[in-house]
Write a protein that binds this ligand. Structure first.
Ligand code: ANZ
Length: 708
């Protein structure tokens, strides 16, 4: 049989399809069909700009060795259709795709094979470009950036410096340059964080005092240090007996000084500005929960001369506080714990099978040592021990027993709670288990079976010292109680957040180096903008330095520490030429994705991260189109809901700092967000329940067999 395309000219065959597609794809490239012009700069043209514009963005991919997966085109084709449609309507449409190219897989491959991560990354990008080309997507190729390009990460480092050289002015609720802070400190209109007069300090002390304000700071945090592997491990990588899951080396808890970003300064704005965004309620509520703002009070309980402070969202239930629970690690446990034997009439449920509180505490601590924070929060039997001390309930003078229990976490609030079993589910379970009294202070429920957490009027809540909240609603009772506590110096109103500052350092090779050097005394100095980019040095191998596995005192040495000639630099930073030492950490993979939309707008600008005129055109607020509260931002951002929290919070945070410092006109990076969903497939597990490659599973007579 003859090939139909040889006999007829109109028959559509794979060959013909390929020929047509390739011809047009070449035409698009030759004619810059999808190139979008900017108002100013290198990508501006003489032609007048269309009246309307549209900026469509996909969450960019990691250039993996496996190439595109089936989930990628799902979103990319959708945005492409949307972009083309709008282009046909005559709009100026910006649509491109870059690569989030730093990260672990390329580094791990480098450790195994010695291939430079750049080589692997570039090859993977090339392959993905080819695959995307086959899909015929209408991208402006001139704007496709990779976070690993020095011309790109120059700006990642530049933004780091902007944030480092900024502080958060709470009065103005915004970031301001550190130079303005120093001027205020010198003029005496502001004191240091610990109240010292700035001009009385030595130069080194002044530098430290300023560092305490910065939006980027060094902080000691406890990490899992494994000298045998030469690396810090995540909790999941440490076995129950405190060894590394890889290699079975000892792991030590170690205090390590690491870079942190003060994202918590923006908690309120990150929460409040969600209102301005055209995002799904689901993603907004995920962000709200992550930031976790709770209004309440901090209340002081006296315990045998020691102050125990608790954070509570329900000061209206104070009269129902029947006992206290401290986190097992709470500093007052040592001071308050009694070493005397529990009395003869002690409830044996309180004693953990021991004869005195100290022994009970020691045994309890040992038993819970291997639990993670998550395990401690999970719903399960409430456990704890009585520490042999009592506290005084400040509203009614009642003596209430103090316990330690692992359902109270050290890292939240004050690490101590007042327990109100009648109206808190966890406290109810604990009180039932330990046979503690349960006193109703909010009417409306039946507390004989379970805690009543609903609304109702307050009961059983009055004292002789001027506090009577009986009959009030929850919010009135809260307000009145706080007022009373404040007047007696027993408490203050308090807003508490779950959000924590952002740990911004990794002991890795394949990431952005920090534009930071240290002097002989260990004081950090930011490098000037003119020195950017700080390029990654070549190293012999990509492994971190490992040590004697039992040497707990060894210090982590990231791969960059091996580049001795790169680490030590002669510089004049204003104090004459001296030797400085570069920071050997790299930034986390989140860095490059926290602002890439700005480089899409102005990819070849080497004077600024983005020209503000171009930024205003593509992402500036458009009150006439989107209403008076429009924050601006990318018109449509499409990607996976798995980035609902971290990526989107980090980029919102960076964007807000840039906005405060006057580098952009939009208040938010992404005005409208859409999550495209997942393509799903069957997955298979073997008899142990471990996932196996679907390609190696065979179906026979309705049954599935794995031949691995
Ligand atoms: C008394 C009380 C009575 C509470 C009541 C709740 C209901 P959110 O809303 O998540 O901020 N709490 C405080 N610190 C804690 C910690 N470190 N570990 C575990 N629980 C802690 O939670 C605030 C409430 O969680 C606080 O208000 C406290 O219990 C508890 F009817 O105080 B509450």
């Amino acid at each position: 049989m003859t090939n139909p395309s040889e006999t007829t000219t109109h028959r559509y065959t794979p060959e013909l399809a390929t020929e047509i597609e390739q011809r047009w794809q070449k035409y698009w490239i030759d004619n810059g069909t999808f190139d979008a012009a900017n108002p100013v700069g290198k990508l501006a043209t003489d032609k007048p700009l269309p009246k309307d514009k549209l900026f469509v963005q996909d969450m960019f991919p990691y250039p993996s060795g496996a190439g595109l997966h089936v989930g990628h085109p799902l979103g990319y084709i959708a945005t492409d259709v949307f972009a083309r449609y709008n282009r046909m309507l005559g709009k100026n449409v910006l649509h491109t795709l870059g690569y989030d190219a730093f990260g672990l897989p390329a580094e791990q491959y480098a450790i195994q094979t010695g291939t430079h991560p750049r080589t692997t990354t570039m090859a993977n990008i090339e392959n993905m470009r080819r695959q995307l080309g086959m899909l015929g997507l209408g991208h402006d190729q001139r704007r496709s950036v990779a976070t690993t390009d020095p011309e790109f990460y120059k700006w990642t480092q530049w933004i780091f410096l902007q944030i480092y050289n900024a502080w958060f002015d709470e009065d103005q609720n915004k970031a301001r340059p550190v130079s303005e802070l120093i001027a205020e400190l010198e003029a005496g209109s502001r004191t240091t964080k610990d109240g010292a007069v700035y001009n009385d300090l030595s130069k080194a002390e002044q530098a430290k005092a300023v560092d305490e304000f910065r939006l980027v700071y060094l902080s000691n945090s406890t990490v899992n240090w494994c000298p045998g592997l030469g690396t810090v491990l995540a909790n999941e990588e440490v076995t129950a007996d405190g060894r590394s899951d890889r290699g079975n080396f000892p792991v030590f808890r170690k205090n390590l000084s690491q870079w942190m970003m003060r994202i918590t300064a923006y908690s309120d704005r990150l929460l409040d500005d969600l209102e301005l965004l055209d995002w799904s309620d689901k993603v907004k509520s995920m962000q709200r929960n992550w930031i976790g703002r709770s209004r309440g009070a901090e209340v002081t309980f006296d315990a045998q001369g020691h102050d125990i402070r608790v954070f509570t969202t329900r000061p209206d239930t104070l009269f129902g506080a029947e006992y206290m629970v401290l986190a097992p690690e709470h500093e007052l446990v040592k001071e308050l714990a009694s070493t005397e034997d529990y009395g003869a009439d002690i409830n044996t449920k309180w004693t953990y099978g021991k004869s005195n509180p100290q022994d009970a505490i020691d045994a309890y601590l040992k038993d819970i040592a291997s639990k993670t924070e998550l395990e401690r929060q999970e719903n399960k039997e409430k456990t704890g021990v009585f520490i042999g001390a009592y506290a005084t309930n400040p509203v009614n003078g009642k003596q209430i027993p103090i316990f330690i229990g692992d359902y109270v976490l050290m890292g939240y609030g004050t690490g101590a709670i007042m327990a109100v079993p009648a109206h808190d589910t966890r406290d109810y379970e604990f009180a039932t288990e330990f046979e503690l009294p349960i006193t109703e202070v909010v009417s409306g429920g039946d507390i004989t079976e379970e805690a009543y957490t609903g609304e109702g009027t307050v009961v059983n809540s009055a004292n002789d010292e001027g506090l009577d909240i009986n009959g009030l609603s929850k919010s009135d009772a809260i307000a009145k109680t706080i007022e009373w506590l404040e007047s007696k110096d027993l408490g203050v109103e308090k807003i508490q957040y779950k959000l924590r500052d952002w740990l911004f350092a990794r002991q890795r090779y394949w990431g952005e180096p920090f534009p930071i050097v240290y002097d002989e005394d260990g004081q950090a100095h930011a490098l000037p903008e003119s020195m950017l980019p700080i390029e990654l040095p070549e190293v012999e191998d990509y492994q971190p330095v490992s040590f004697d596995p039992d040497d707990a005192d060894s210090e982590p040495q990231p791969p960059l520490a091996k580049a001795k000639e790169w680490i030590a630099v002669e510089l004049d930073l204003g104090e004459g030429t001296k030797t400085y030492y570069r920071d050997a950490n790299v930034m986390p993979q989140w860095a490059g994705s926290s602002f890439y939309q700005l480089r899409y707008i102005d990819p070849v600008n080497d004077e600024a991260v983005v020209d503000i005129e171009n930024e205003r055109y593509w992402t500036g607020p458009q009150p006439d189109v989107h209403g008076p509260n429009d924050p601006g931002g990318v018109d449509l951002y499409v990607g996976g809901v798995e980035h609902a929290v971290l990526h989107l919070l980090y980029s919102r945070f960076w964007h807000k700092v840039l906005y405060d410092l006057g580098h952009v006109t939009s208040k938010e990076p992404y005005r409208r967000l859409y999550n495209q969903g997942y393509i799903q497939a069957y997955a298979y597990t073997d008899s142990r329940g471990i996932y196996v490659p679907a390609a190696e599973v065979e179906e026979k007579d309705g049954k599935f067999f794995y031949n691995g």
